[in-house]
Design a protein around this ligand. Structure first.
Ligand code: ATP
Ligand code: MG
Length: 301
């Protein structure tokens, strides 16, 4: 731990805090996630061992994993620092079509790699788990590799923003675990795309009386749609991802063949420019509600 110099806080999630750190021996800036778990040492050890598979998750669309360890009852997880942060805070009032295509392309490639090369289903696809850097790279993080870790994290996040597919929301209520397939991640991908296009979560909590009503809308209502202004290819792609019946959703290989992503290949998209702009917009329009990332730098130890 003395090898790590704590820098500022990057953000907070339901389960822990992410801080920027400097790994002194290699002079590498990293992001370190701290997850507090009240577990016995053998279970913590099991988690660290399960996380080891992340060393094999090396791809341009996956946030690099540096290592994990535990101290007392906290698991620490070190990964590549992404200097533009997560997508949820970069989308302003919505991203333009070509940028949406480029980001989605990276997400689908990353998910396809995880599934085909490592037999990993992400299980937590959402804009806060898509990280961006100033080079314009888009990478996935926080995918489920440790069964033990997943079991230990309290199921508290049926929160106000659910990216869960309808079949999963229903499955949970029937206590029907183990039904998770890639199709559920494809739904979450579609929902994330709508959020990027709208600049906000598509089932806004304030329009529902309670979380139950909101989840009912996801399960029984029509799937959400893109705002006007996107191409037919984009609309078609999102509609495929958001089919209510999971068996009708395409695989990643099929998604990669869709005109929306095929057209992206031959297009020039200034991602570096978009990221720079998005950061500037984010930092000049800081609101009180986003102040959780404004904590003063932590004292180095
Ligand atoms: P949840 O707890 O529901 O998964 P979350 O994804 O927002 O929500 P964390 O994974 O703890 O929670 O991450 C908190 C925030 O830290 C993210 O929203 C992101 O902005 C920031 N963050 C996480 N990892 C990195 C990283 N590698 N580089 C830069 N910022 C990061
Ligand atoms: Mg996360």
């Amino acid at each position: 731990m003395t090898e790590l110099e704590l820098m500022e806080e990057l953000g907070r999630g339901n389960y822990g805090t992410v801080k920027k750190v400097l790994h002194r021996p290699t002079n590498t800036v990293m992001a370190m996630k701290e997850i507090r778990l009240e577990l016995e040492e053998s279970k913590l050890n099991a988690i660290i061992m399960e996380l080891d598979i992340l060393h094999r998750a090396v791809a341009p669309e996956i946030v690099e994993f540096y290592g994990a360890f535990f101290i007392e009852s906290c698991v620490y997880y070190c990964m590549e620092y992404m200097d533009a942060g997560s997508l949820d805070r970069l989308c302003g009032a919505g991203v333009p079509d070509p940028v949406l295509a480029r980001i989605t392309h990276a997400m689908v490639r990353g998910l396809h790699f995880l599934k085909d090369d490592l037999q990993i289903i992400h299980r937590d696809v959402k804009p806060t788990n898509v990280l961006v850097n100033r080079k314009g790279e888009v990478k996935l993080c926080d995918f489920g590799v440790s069964g033990q870790l997943e079991k230990s994290l309290a199921k508290t996040n049926i929160g106000c923003q659910s990216y869960m597919a309808p079949e999963r929301i229903q499955g949970e209520s029937q206590n029907n675990l183990g039904t998770y397939t890639v199709a559920s991640d494809v739904w979450s991908l579609g929902l994330s795309m709508i959020e990027m296009a709208l600049g906000k979560y598509p089932y806004p909590p304030e329009t529902y009386a309670n979380v139950f009503a909101q989840l009912t809308a996801i399960v029984h209502g029509p799937p959400p749609e893109l705002p006007p202004g996107y191409s037919q290819e984009t609309e078609d792609f999102v509609a495929l991802c958001l089919r209510k019946d999971p068996a009708q959703r395409p695989t990643y290989a099929e998604l990669l063949e869709q005109p929306f992503l095929v057209n992206d290949k031959s297009r020039e998209v200034d991602m570096v420019g978009w990221v720079a702009n998005a950061i500037e917009h984010r930092d000049t329009h800081r609101t009180v509600s986003s102040s959780q990332t404004d904590a003063p730098p932590a004292v180095a130890n």
